[in-house]
Design a protein around this ligand. Sequence first.
Ligand code: SF4
Length: 340
Amino acid sequence: MKNAKGNNLQTMQPPKPYRDFTDFLSANFPHRVQKVTINAGFTCPNRDGSKARGGCTYCNNQSFSPRYKKTIKSITEQMQEGIDSFLRKYEGVRYLPYFQSYTNTYGDLESLVAMYEEALAYPDDVVGLVIGTRPDCVSDELLDYLSSLSKKTFVLVEYGVESTLNRTLERVNRQHTYEESVEAIRKTAERGILVGAHMILGLPGEAKEDILRHADELSKLPLTTIKLHQLQIIKGTKMEEEFQLSPKSFDLFSLDEYVDLCVDFAERLNPDFYIERFASQSPKDLRVAPHWGVKNVEVTHKVLKRFAERGSWQGKNAKPLLPQHSRFLSTHSADSQQEK
Ligand code: SF4
C-alpha cells in the first residue's frame, strides 16, 4: 500500500521524538556512513603529569601501562581491520575514522596532522574525521588546521565536557573547568568546525536537577551533537575504591530511572542538537556497576518507548535562548552543513 507521495506505508518509520545522529548523517551524506574507531596511542595530560597523574577517577587506566604503546597498530591497519569487522556491508558505504581513545589532540601539530591525514588517505572511501578530546587540549593552530580541513571534508570535534558543574569536575579530578569547555566549544564552532559534547549522567554529588541543568547550560552552546552515557563504576579505577568504601555516596540509576532521566534531559535540550547516544556500557567483566542486563540498543528502544508513553519530544521543556545564543546557533546549525 502506498500513500499519496508514493511511499510504501508498511516500511514508513514514525518520526523520532528526538534528533538522531543517524538522521544527521543521512542529511549530510547521500550514502551510508559508518564510523571506524581508531586508537592512535595517545596518552592524556591528566595522567602523564603535565596536569596530574591520577587521571579522572572513573577512567580505566589500562592504556597507561608501559606495554600499551607497543601494542597499537598503525592507523591504516586499524582502518582495514575496522572496515573488515563490519558484519554487514552496505553497497556504497563510506567511512568516518573516529579518533576515540583518550586525548586525540594531545601532541605536536605535525604529528597530529600526520595521523589525521593517514586516516583520511585510507583508500577506501573516507569522507571525514571525528576527533574526541579534552577541552583543555586544543591549540589555536590545531583549530586553524581543522578549520581549513573542514572546508574540504567533514570534521567533527567531540569534547569530553562530562559536567557543567566545577565542583563535580573537581571531585572526579577532570583537571579542567566548565568554562574551559565553553571556550573550546565556542572557538571550535567559530571556525566553522562541527562540535560535539560528551556527558556522563549521574556523576557523584549531582542530584537529578543538577543533571537536568546540564541540558539547560549546554543548550546555549554552538553544539551540533551530544552523546550521553550513564555513570559506570569500572574495575581498577579510583572511583571503584570510593564506591567500595562508600557505595551510598553514589546514586547509580536503575534502568527504568535512567530511561526516564534520558527523556527528562532531552526535553530540556536544545531541539537543534543531534543526540548520538543515550547510553553506553563497558564490557561486563570490567564493570562493577550498574548491571542492567540489556544491550545499548535496547536502552535506546526503551527511551523511544518512554518518549511515546509520555507524549514527549526533545526540546519540549527547553528554556528559551537569549538572542546571542540563538543567533549563533542559526548560523552554525547542523542543517547548514553540506557534504564538502
Ligand atoms: S578519562 Fe580521558 S581525560 Fe580523564 S584520565 Fe582518562 S584519558 Fe585522561
